[in-house]
Every structure is written in C-alpha cells, then in structure tokens.
Design a protein around this ligand. Structure first.
Ligand code: AMP
Ligand code: MG
Length: 386
C-alpha cells in the first residue's frame, strides 16, 4: 500500500481542505496517523471492528491491549458510555480537551475489538487543533493508539511515524513535532475513587487538588511482581524501548547525604570535576553533577569494551561528559522539556545503532512521574545505584 503524506501548513489553524481526504479515509474504515498534543496517533473508526483489527495489525500490537477512542465534543461521549460517573464529569470539565484519557463503563455500541474484550472503554478529547478538526470532520469516534510499531518509542514527529508505518496505512497527516511528548494520563473513573493507570502531563498532584482521595495502580510504580495484573492491559508490555540496552543511573540516599557534606569523597569528586572544567558550582545542583559523572564513567567502561555507547544528559550536566554520543533530553529544571525530547532521544540512538545507553534519572514527582515511568519501562527497570 502506498502511504500518502499530507503536510498541514499552519498546524494551529488547519484548513478543512487539508483534512478532507483524511476524514474520508477514516469514514471508509481506513487508517490515518495524525498529531495530537501528546504523541502521534494511528487513527481508525473506533466503532468499526475491521478498522480496529487493521490498527492492531499495522502496529503489531497484541489484540488484548485496548484502544483509546478520541472524540471532539462532550455530545460524542454519550453514545460510547453507559454512564458518566461524577468524577468523570468533573475531570472532563477541568481537563478536556487535553492530555487526559478516562475509563468509563462502555455502551453496547463500542465493539469488544476496540476494548480488548473489556466492558469498559477509554475515551479522550485531545486539544491539538489538527486532531480536533479531523475527528470532527470524520464524524466518528477515532481509535488512535500511538502511531509506532508496538514496543518501539512512541512517535513525536511525522518522520517517526513514516519510519514505522510507511506502506501499512493509507495516510500520515504531518502537523510538525508534538508539544508534550509523552502519552496521555489514564484515569479510571468507574470506581468510588479515581485511579491513575498511566501517569502523564496531567499529574497526580493536579488530581489530588480536586479529590480527597486518588489511587495509583501499583503496576506503574515499579516492576510488576509475578501474577500482578495492571489495570491498563497495555502497561504490562515492554514498551517505549530503544533497540539498545538502556540503564538508568540513580543516586543512593547515602550519596545524596554525602554530597551535602563538604569534604566527603563524593563532594570532592564534584569539586575537582568543576575546577578542571572551569565551572562555578555557585548555583549548581551537586546531586545531578555527581550522577552525570558516574553515568559518564559507566559509559566509558562500555566504550572501552568496544561497544557503541551513548549517554542521556541534560542541559545542566552536558559539560561534565566525555562520552561523545550524547542525547540531550532537555533542562532538568523544566520537566516539560525532558518529556518533550524523551522519545526523540531514544529514537536518535536507534538510528545510530547504539548498543548501550546510560541515562541520568529524574525526580519522580509531578510530570517527573510520567518521565520516570517511561524511562523505567524503556530500561526494563535496569537501574544502577551509585
Ligand atoms: P496507547 O493507545 O498506545 O496510548 O495505549 C492505550 C493504553 O490505554 C493502553 O495501556 C491500554 O491498556 C489502556 N486502555 C485502553 N482502554 C482501557 C480500558 N478499557 N481499561 C484500562 N486500560 C485501558
Ligand atoms: Mg503506545
């Protein structure tokens, strides 16, 4: 199949004629990849069993992993669900359109091929103007999982989609690079207390401001014990992974303490590294510099063994690395820049066929919870404590 590519000239104001053919393809059961504010989605009619099956086939995705139905207005929610719980109503008012997916009890209209056999349905109203307009013009709810080959890092540009799905789908709508860069937050609102099934740009802290109680599915906090099932079936798969082996570098509590103790060996190591490079430590975060120095050493050891090795660094720590292959993931002090670049950095390493990647880790609160969830999964929870 030949995959057409349509370029949207002004992605903030897409024109109807630019999306007409894409909308027709969706109406006729075809597949169209398009940008959303989180990552690129692979769209198909969520009410059409054949379209849903084609999505699974194009992605190579296991069919027990349900799809998210994307809508463009509240009226479009009603036919998909059997009821709207109070928490769902409040969250929709606050965060839709936006990077939040909610799990509702499904109506009979939604086929089990879309929900992976579950009697609940995941729904999101994206805010991206291209996504919004396309869904509205298609006139059907659009199932749109990330537009990547299952298991690979999610696509944040149309080129990423092209790499994975060229020849497998009818069209790619190119609206430029996405804004957020990690998938939507998923919240289950079917029970008495909202439960976060996947962390994202809408954070635990934001939900805690709205509800007395918010739960987190244990499957997103760490590696799953045998026999534990995540409530979002997709969270059980190795995900978001680069081709090389990714290892995260994390500080021990005792190391953090030592870094705040002038004269300790760790403190001295940072001092010497800064002096050697002529860098002032006046406003510097010693913890991240120490983490960078250890990440660099681990990469150097692998390089010595002849393996192609890269590091993931931040703007703040970049100058402390000797390793040549550096993936700049953003500014540590601005978690949204880290989320934005995360998948691109992993894909860039794939393009270079890097065999080993060492990455600094990040604080796990606010947006950092989503960042660390994706990095941990990409690393298969391979962490070295220094
Ligand atoms: P993606 O489409 O790639 O963003 O992945 C969709 C995620 O939503 C997967 O992790 C699914 O397991 C999850 N999901 C979709 N529908 C449901 C549902 N009804 N209940 C729980 N999780 C769901
Ligand atoms: Mg995905």
């Amino acid at each position: 199949m030949e995959t057409k590519r349509v370029i949207i000239r002004d992605a903030a104001h897409p024109k109807e004629e630019e999306l007409r053919e894409a909308a027709q393809i969706l109406q006729q059961g075809g597949l169209v990849a398009f940008p959303t504010e989180t990552v690129y989605g692979l769209g198909g009619n969520a009410l059409d069993e054949t379209a849903a099956k084609r999505i699974y086939a194009a992605k190579g995705r296991p069919s027990d992993n349900p799809l998210i139905a994307h809508i463009s207005s509240m009226e479009e929610l009603l036919p998909l669900v059997s009821r709207i719980p109070e928490a769902g109503r409040r969250l929709a008012e606050r965060f839709w359109p936006g990077p939040l997916t909610m799990i509702f009890p499904k109506s009979e209209q939604v086929p089990f091929s879309t929900t992976g056999g579950l009697d609940t349905v995941a729904v999101r109203m994206p805010s991206d103007p291209v996504a919004m307009k396309l869904i509205r013009m298609a006139g059907v709810p659009v199932a749109a999982p990330s537009a990547n080959t299952s298991g690979r890092p999610s696509p944040t540009t149309a080129d990423h989609v092209w790499e994975d799905l060229n020849g497998k789908i009818e069209m790619i709508v190119d609206g430029g690079a996405v804004g957020i860069g990690v998938e939507s937050t998923i919240v289950d609102v079917t029970g008495p207390v909202p439960v976060i099934l996947r962390p994202g740009f809408i954070t635990l802290e934001m939900l805690q401001e709205m509800f007395d109680q918010v739960k987190i599915d244990p499957a997103i906090l760490g590696p799953m014990a045998d026999g534990v099932r995540p409530k979002a079936p997709g969270m059980k798969y190795k995900h978001y992974a680069p081709l090389g082996q990714l290892t995260l570098v994390e500080l021990k509590e005792e190391t953090k303490k030592a870094l705040h103790t002038p004269g300790s060996s760790q403190w001295q190591e940072v001092e010497e590294a800064a002096q050697k490079r002529g860098i002032s430590l006046e406003h510097a975060d010693l913890e991240s510099i120490y983490m960078a120095l250890q990440t660099d050493k681990l990469a150097a050891e692998k390089e010595k063994q002849g393996a192609k090795t890269g590091v993931i660094c931040t703007e703040e720590t970049e100058k402390f690395y000797e390793t040549k292959l550096k993936g700049r993931i953003g500014q540590r002090a601005q978690a949204d820049t880290v989320a934005h670049n995360l998948y691109r950095v992993l894909r860039d390493f794939d393009d270079l066929q890097v065999e080993y990647i060492y990455s600094e880790s990040f604080a796990g609160d606010h947006l950092g919870q989503a960042i660390m969830n994706r990095l941990n999964k990409a690393a298969g929870y391979h962490i070295i404590y220094v």
